[in-house]
Design a binder for this molecule. Sequence first.
Ligand code: C5P
Length: 227
Amino acid sequence: MSKQANVAIDGFAGSGKTTVAIELARQLGLVYLDTGLMYRAVALQCLRDGTDTSNDPAIGALVESFDLKMDVVARPHPTCRMILAGQDVTDELHDPCVSQLVARVASVPAVRRELVARQQAFAQRGGVVMVGRDIASVVLPEAEVKIFLAADLGERARRRSLELQQKGKSVTQTEVEAELEARDRQDSERADSPLICVEQARKLDTTGLTVAQVVDEIAGWVRCGSV
Ligand code: C5P
C-alpha cells in the first residue's frame, strides 16, 4: 500500500487551523495532530510544578522526562487528546494562564527538540494533518502539501473569544486580541524555528471565508497531491 500524504498546516494564532484541520482530516480519513496542544501541555506542567519560567535549563529539564501521551485517532471522528501523567488535561490547555505562558515555553530549544522528535515519529507512516507553527519549515519539510493560514487580527480574536465564551470562559474580545498579538510576535521573532510561511506553502487568507470554503480549497489541493 502506498504511503498517504502528510499535510502541514501552519499559521497565526486563531487563524482557524484547528477547525479546518479536523474537518479536513474527517473528510479525507487522515489523522489530525495539533502540536500546539503539546506545547500547551509543557506550559501547564510548568505552572503545576511552579517552574521558574525565566530559566531555560529548568524548562528543558522538565521535558527530558515528560510523561505526555497523545491520544490521537481518525475514527469515528478526528480527535486529539493530551494525557499528562495519566490524566486527560486537554480541556485545561486553553485556559488564559496557559495561553499567556505557552509562547515563552515554546521558545526554549530543548523543548522544541523533544517535541519535534515526537511529532516526526508520529508522522512517519503518513496520512497525518499536522497543525502548528514550524510544521512545513522544521517538522515535516517533506510534507506533500503545505498550507499557511492567515486572517485579520480582529476576525481571529472574534472567533477565539466566541469559542472561549462557548466553553464558559469569561474573556473579552479586546483581551483575546492583545493575547493573540503578543503570541504572534513572540512566535515570529523567536530565534529557534520562528513562525514563517515557507516558499512552497500555499497561503490562504481565511478572513470572511467559511470553514467549508477553506476545507474545500485545501481538500482539492490534497487530492491532486499539490504542494
Ligand atoms: O496552535 P496554538 O495556538 O494552540 O499554539 C500555542 C503555542 O504553541 C503557539 O503560540 C506557539 O508558541 C507554540 N507552538 C509552536 N510550534 C508549534 C505549535 C505551537 O511554537 N508547532
